[in-house]
Design a binder for this molecule. Sequence first.
Ligand SMILES: Nc1ncnc2c1ncn2[C@@H]1O[C@H](COP(=O)(O)OP(=O)(O)O)[C@@H](O)[C@H]1O
Ligand SMILES: [Mg+2]
Length: 282
Amino acid sequence: MDIPAPVLELANLSKTYRGGVAAVRDVSLSVRAGEVYGFLGPNGAGKSTTIRMLIGLIAPTSGEARLFGSDLRSDPSVLRRVGSLVDGGAFYPFLSGRRNLEVLAKTHGAGADRIDMLLEQVGLAKDSGRKVKGYSTGMRQRLGVAAALLNDPEIVILDEPVNGLDVAGIQEMRALIRSLAVEHGKTVFLSSHLLHEVQQVCDRVAIISKGAIVRESTIADLLRQDDGLRVEALIVRATRAEAPEVVRRLVGVGAELFRLVPEQRNLEEVFLSITQEEPGDA
Ligand SMILES: Nc1ncnc2c1ncn2[C@@H]1O[C@H](COP(=O)(O)OP(=O)(O)O)[C@@H](O)[C@H]1O
Ligand SMILES: [Mg+2]
């Protein structure tokens, strides 16, 4: 009967930076084992600030961020179960990709035996001997993911993993992220300002705007809740369940109906309507 404890839990987490910027306000959410969870919001919404608190880089002003039930700052041992990529990762430009991972493995005291496999997994095997200063943004980003996976973590936390990637790079990263969950059983928490990305990759999503969560939902529910009906060239804002009524009324006013198709809104539209409907009192 036990419900497993969430792998990641934020409870009323808030951060006000010196100078008074309330970057994160009362954020609560939880992520279960095996989920790919998206943290979605526009630039400046507070995503990186939240992730920095989560992995213990900065202290919250109030509230708690827990991984495996522990606060990293009071129980750093949980770091062994966590991998993260923040700000694209920091690498020595004058060392090769492989050498950078070797240095990191030494610091971790783990992962040296996984380097070949990880370079293969992130698609850097053939470029692993090149100096990082010659890497493209996408290659650095993938090296960052390899670095995040060195200690074979149970949860992988990625801050804007597709930032700066081209279309091909985005597709590769998307496949890589899905495979982390589906093939390797890892939990993934990722942030993005790209609605399309989150829609493609995540099971559940929290939308953050001006430091606060405005919606938490499965992708499917988010897209289902407010769909439309395409009636030939006319779009009617109605739910699927309202279809018979729409048909009755249109036929009642003499319209000749040839086609009626339920239409899914994309996340972009959902996101805009959600962030516009909240009061602008940030
Ligand atoms: N070190 C800092 N000092 C002061 N303000 C900051 C700092 N880092 C971020 N901010 C501010 O906090 C807000 C949230 O930023 P951030 O967490 O980076 O958002 P996101 O990652 O969603 O783009 C922004 O208004 C940003 O300018
Ligand atoms: Mg950010």
